[in-house]
Design a protein around this ligand. Sequence first.
Ligand SMILES: *[C@@H]1O[C@H](CO)[C@@H](O)[C@H](O)[C@H]1NC(C)=O
Ligand SMILES: *[C@@H]1O[C@H](CO)[C@@H](O)[C@H](O)[C@H]1NC(C)=O
Ligand SMILES: *[C@@H]1O[C@H](CO)[C@@H](O)[C@H](O)[C@H]1NC(C)=O
Ligand SMILES: *[C@@H]1O[C@H](CO)[C@@H](O)[C@H](O)[C@H]1NC(C)=O
Length: 129
Amino acid sequence: MRFSTISAIALPILSSFALADDTVTVSDLTVRNINSTIYSVSFSVANTTCSASQPTAVVVCGDSPYRFYIEENSLDSYNLTIYEQTGVAVGLYKEQEVSTICRAGPTGATDYVCQSFSNSTFTLTFDGQ
Ligand SMILES: *[C@@H]1O[C@H](CO)[C@@H](O)[C@H](O)[C@H]1NC(C)=O
Ligand SMILES: *[C@@H]1O[C@H](CO)[C@@H](O)[C@H](O)[C@H]1NC(C)=O
Ligand SMILES: *[C@@H]1O[C@H](CO)[C@@H](O)[C@H](O)[C@H]1NC(C)=O
Ligand SMILES: *[C@@H]1O[C@H](CO)[C@@H](O)[C@H](O)[C@H]1NC(C)=O
């Protein structure tokens, strides 16, 4: 993801000083991909469920410190950015590719249900590196 795409939203939770990293597990990513766009998405991060319909911006994961942004690379590959707010106006983040396996969805030739079948480890850092 190009940083400029999200900087207006992400900057308020970024910080210029170093914070301790946090390592979280992302599991059960499911993307419903219709007409080559993300129709819906859900996954778990650190036991928190995140979901959204037709996400185009950063989405907050319920009443949790986590939020996410997702972009499609191809039908079976998605770039997922996890943000964790760790304090007032400070946070950690990491963007990582997650691979999925797709099967036909119910509504026709351009409808797919794509799932990750292994967990991903995200090491969240103050600068996303
Ligand atoms: C996903 O991340 C990879 C690696 O950083 C990058 O090359 C690619 O352009 C990204 N895809 C999108 C859709 O931003
Ligand atoms: C997908 O494209 C088809 C054909 O253009 C259209 O009929 C259908 O409504 C689209 N589905 C969604 C969910 O946008
Ligand atoms: C997630 O839940 C499992 C099982 O309840 C627990 O062992 C684990 O510590 C939890 N992880 C986090 C990050 O809370
Ligand atoms: C994947 O992560 C979930 C949630 O943390 C956990 O319950 C499950 O055991 C993990 N699966 C594997 C194969 O590590």
